[in-house]
Design a protein. Structure first.
Length: 115
C-alpha cells in the first residue's frame, strides 16, 4: 500500500486493537459490513434523478461523504487483513480492463466485454 493507505490501515488497525475488536474483524464480517455500508451509500442516491445525483445539495453531499468514508474504512480494513495492496490491485485491474475494453471498440458503449 502507499504511504497514505498504509497510514490509514495502521490507524484503523490501532482503532480496532484498542477496543479489542480484532475478534470481530474476520474477512467474512468485514465483507458483510462493507456490503451494508455500500447499501447505505446507494440509499442516498436511490430516489434521486440522474441530474440530482450529479448536483447534490450540501446536506446530501455530507451524508454521501460520510458513507463513502465508511465504505473506504471497511475496504481498507479488509484489504489490510488479507494483505492486499489496494493501489497495486487497482492498477493491475485497470491494466486488465484497458486490454479487455479497447478504446476503439468500446468508445461510447456500455456493453460488457466477453470473458
Amino acid at each position: 500500500m502507499t504511504t497514505g493507505m498504509e497510514e490509514l490501515a495502521a490507524r484503523m488497525r490501532d482503532f480496532a486493537q484498542a477496543r479489542e475488536w480484532e475478534q470481530f474483524h474476520t474477512p467474512k464480517n468485514l465483507a458483510m459490513a462493507l456490503a451494508g455500508e455500500v447499501g447505505e451509500l446507494i440509499g442516498e442516491f436511490q430516489w434521486l434523478t440522474p441530474a440530482e445525483s450529479s448536483s447534490l445539495d450540501e446536506e446530501t453531499f455530507d451524508r454521501v461523504r460520510s458513507e463513502l468514508a465508511d465504505v473506504t474504512a471497511y475496504l481498507v480494513r479488509l484489504a489490510d487483513l488479507l494483505g492486499v495492496d489496494l493501489i497495486e490491485a487497482t492498477k493491475a485491474k485497470l491494466e486488465e480492463n484497458e486490454r479487455r475494453y479497447d478504446a476503439n471498440l468500446y468508445r461510447g458503449s456500455a456493453r460488457k466485454a466477453p470473458h
